[in-house]
Design a protein around this ligand. Structure first.
Ligand code: NI
Length: 187
């Protein structure tokens, strides 16, 4: 059982989402540890595959990446949920992939966002231990999305054109049309 409290999500227009988040100091305080637990709980409750501290009103460089198939992202691959504290993306691959994103802070909107297929990321875990890891595919996309949050950016800033933004209902209609006419991906 995942314990925690469901936190209110700050939404597009809230100035806190536009601030550059501050690094977290180690050892993490009890209140930051509780915040991370509550962020995780909130992410699972809302079918998110990631969540960043500014989305729950804490301007700190902390996010959780937890790709898994769910209602909002049925084709997301499974990964071990990872808390990243003070992360930095140290390099990105040359291949840009365009795919759909959504965000708990931008309700009912989806957008086609270009991002790199591979990222190298350095971060600390909750005990302060440093990690250097490479992620590819959808987890790499989540990391770039969450990293943008702690830099004061949202996916709506990262679309190539505002025409690539869809209302959720139109997004679902478009997917339904596509699955009728296209062979589904075997991956
Ligand atoms: Ni988001």
């Amino acid at each position: 059982m995942k314990k925690g409290k469901r936190l209110p999500i700050f939404e597009l227009g809230n100035p806190l989402l536009r601030k550059i988040a501050k690094p977290a100091k180690f050892p993490l305080s009890e209140s930051i540890r509780t915040l991370i637990r509550d962020m995780s709980f909130t992410m699972y409750e809302t079918n998110g595959v990631g969540i960043a501290a500014p989305q729950v009103g804490a301007s700190l460089q902390i996010f959780i990446v937890a790709s898994r198939p769910n209602k909002r992202y049925p084709y997301a691959p499974m990964m071990r949920p990872t808390v990243m504290v003070n992360p930095s993306v140290t390099s990105v691959g040359d291949v840009t992939v365009v795919d759909w994103e959504g965000c708990l802070s931008v309700p009912n909107i989806r957008g086609l966002v270009p991002c790199s297929n591979v990222v190298d990321v350095e971060y600390q875990d909750i005990s302060g231990k440093h990690h250097v890891r490479t992620f590819t595919g959808f987890p790499a996309r989540i990391i770039q999305h969450e990293f943008a949050h702690i830099r004061g950016l949202l996916f709506t800033d990262r679309v190539k054109s505002s025409k690539d933004l869809y209302a959720q209902a139109e997004f679902e209609k478009m997917l339904a049309r596509r699955t009728k006419t296209e062979v589904p991906k075997s991956a």
